[in-house]
Design a protein around this ligand. Structure first.
Ligand code: 6GU
Length: 242
């Protein structure tokens, strides 16, 4: 929880371990996430894995035992980095971003948004030494069935989707509730000024001011969109898996 009775604000902290920290410099400095940081609700730290290696030339990867293509991120630099961070922070989850993880969705974002301290670990090359996964990782997350060259963009997706859900981050607290996926439905169409553009009119119902009718129209549109585009959502068990 983030707003305690005494109005004490607790910052959510997300630490990210990466071999290409530069990739993560820009994504969190804009828009809603910038506001979350400025309000003191979210802190994001990017940690360069190469600072934790004892090998020469800042080496963090090596050939796989047993042969095969690609490099593997070594156990020692990762464990050094994780244990060093754990000295000052007790993480609620240590999350490894990997294409073979559980597929990320809104329910998982909701779940993580209620945590206080998260550690994200970005994989690269052919992955990380399995012993890190066995002994330190508490959740493995993928952002979809395609392969990225590293976990950084996936980490940015997680931070964005989680950060905007932290209580107090969005101006209008209800607006996260009307997002697509929050109730397993896609969001309805939206319109703003002008009422007519090139002869294309805004649906009359939205201009009438009858909010019960508008709510009903939006629900029908949501259902119709979901049936057409994502019928699978209507069959899914709406309960979160964890
Ligand atoms: Cl989390 N990492 C990588 N490397 N590729 C992915 C992914 C993550 N999620 C989907 N593809």
């Amino acid at each position: 929880m983030f707003l305690l009775k005494a109005d004490l604000i607790i910052t959510m902290k997300i630490d990210i371990i990466s071999v290409v920290p530069d990739l993560l410099q820009s994504p969190f400095g804009h828009s809603i996430l910038k506001r979350a940081k400025d309000k003191g609700l979210l802190e994001v730290n990017v940690i360069n894995l190469r600072e934790y290696t004892t090998y020469s030339r800042a080496q963090v990867d090596d050939y796989p035992f047993g042969g095969g293509a690609g490099m593997v991120m070594m156990v020692e630099p990762l464990v050094n980095a994780i244990e060093s961070l754990q000295k000052t922070t007790s993480y609620d989850e240590v999350i490894f971003l990997t294409p073979d993880g559980e597929t990320f969705n809104q329910q998982i974002a909701n779940h993580f948004s209620l945590k206080e301290n998260l550690l994200l670990i970005c994989g690269h090359y052919k992955g990380i030494d399995q012993r890190v996964r066995d002994h330190f990782i508490t959740k493995e997350i993928s952002i979809g069935d395609y392969v990225l060259s590293g976990g950084e963009l996936a980490a940015a997706v997680l931070v964005d989707s989680i950060g905007r859900l932290i209580p107090g981050v969005l101006n209008d607290e209800t607006s996260a509730l009307t997002d697509s996926f929050q109730d397993n439905l896609l969001a309805p169409p939206v319109y703003t000024r002008p009422e007519i553009f090139r002869g294309w009119k805004v649906p009359e119902i939205l201009m009438g001011g009858n909010h019960a009718k508008i709510d009903q129209w939006r629900m029908e549109q949501s259902l119709q969109r979901t049936k057409e585009r994502r019928p699978d959502l209507l069959q899914d068990d709406p309960l979160p898996s964890s």
